[in-house]
Design a binder for this molecule. Structure first.
Ligand code: 6CS
Length: 339
């Protein structure tokens, strides 16, 4: 129940309105769900966001980590229904709802160099200007978009060409474009939510998967596979949003509070994000010295880049003209970040 409702019950609507108009502080508890744990990138962002809100207002933020409210799709339903005020959901899962978000999944249109990654996300026109209204159409106020590190593929066998991937069952997140990607790359993709991946690898339902290094290390995915391959095809990207009705009903002051907290958390995580790949890799090398770590050469990547043309076409088919415009802008932002 909101504080306005509490006051109304206790004092009657007119007195409650008068108390609120007189500036009596009212504190709400805002619910924030995410797909990761508190020490993972989404958790670091959420913790910083919570600290900023709580330091600058009487409101509190309750964080629900991965698993506490079901899978990613369940939490999104709760956020759209207004049961959650904030949600962190990655384009890898949002694609069925918002096809344009799958732009973040199109291979080879994002940088891999850490400083270029920071610039692409901090200053890129596509990331910062083109998604807000699109998320709004689904009742979501987009607050931040940030990377969690380069996508890396873990498999049982080594691969350097699409032919090597033939017959390998690669788990992807559930956004449809990821199936197009791994089909174009020569593999046999299977989409599944996070909660099924570890069991899927243990029972050999899948032979591999893709995720950023920091996540592979944190959730032991290296110990369930034999090889990790840097293909250079993109960043794991995630997005934080608020329920739009909730956001619109906030006072100007509270909207500013939310925007400031989002900005502070974004600045913080962008600094951390540039270190995540290196941190994840050194931990894997330390704890799993026998693990094979391959990095495709430029020549080897060129073959996968060629295959990515089919993924771009599939993306535009699903996301239409707006998607095509985002893709073009992302390519310009990539070039700008690389300058
Ligand atoms: O692969 C996944 O499903 C998960 N990967 C990351 C990096 N974060 C959350 C997500 O559910």
């Amino acid at each position: 129940m909101t504080d306005t409702a509490h006051l109304s019950l206790r004092f009657g609507a007119s007195i409650a309105a008068a108390l609120l108009a007189a500036g009596v502080a009212h504190a709400d508890n805002w619910r924030y769900a995410m797909e990761e744990g508190l020490t993972d990138p989404q958790g670091l962002y959420a913790t910083k966001f919570k600290e900023e809100i709580e330091a600058n207002s009487d409101h509190t933020v309750q964080i629900y980590p991965v698993g506490s409210l079901g899978e990613s799709a369940d939490a999104m339903e709760q956020a759209q229904a207004g049961l959650l005020q904030f949600i962190d959901q990655s384009p890898g899962f949002t694609g069925a709802l918002i096809p344009e978000a799958e732009a973040f999944l199109v291979p080879y249109i994002q940088p891999t160099d850490p400083q270029e990654v920071r610039k692409f996300f901090k200053e890129g026109v596509a990331v910062n200007e083109m998604f807000h209204d699109i998320y709004r159409e689904q009742g979501l106020e987009l607050l931040s978009v940030f990377p969690e590190g380069e996508m890396v593929v873990t498999t049982m066998e080594e691969f350097r060409t699409p032919e090597d991937l033939a017959g390998m069952k690669i788990r992807t997140m559930t956004s449809p474009l990821l199936l197009e990607t791994y089909t174009a790359f020569g593999a046999s993709p299977i989409a599944m939510p996070w909660g099924e991946l570890i069991g899927g690898l243990k029972t050999k339902m899948v032979d591999g998967q893709e995720n950023p290094t920091i996540w592979i290390e944190a959730y032991d995915l290296d110990n369930l596979t034999n090889v990790m391959t840097y293909t250079g095809h993109g960043q794991y990207t995630t997005a934080v949003m608020a329920n739009a009705d909730f956001y619109d009903a906030l006072s100007d002051e509270d909207q500013e509070l939310v925007q400031n907290a989002s900005q502070a958390a974004l600045d913080y995580i962008l600094d951390v994000a540039v270190e995540l790949d290196a941190t994840g890799l050194s931990k894997i090398q330390e704890t799993n010295p026998g693990y094979t770590i391959n990095r495709l050469t430029e020549e080897e990547r060129a073959v996968f880049k060629e295959r990515a043309a089919a993924v771009e076409a599939a993306f535009i088919e699903r996301a239409g003209e707006r998607g095509a415009a985002i893709l073009e802008q992302m390519k310009k932002d990539l070039a700008a970040a690389q300058q």
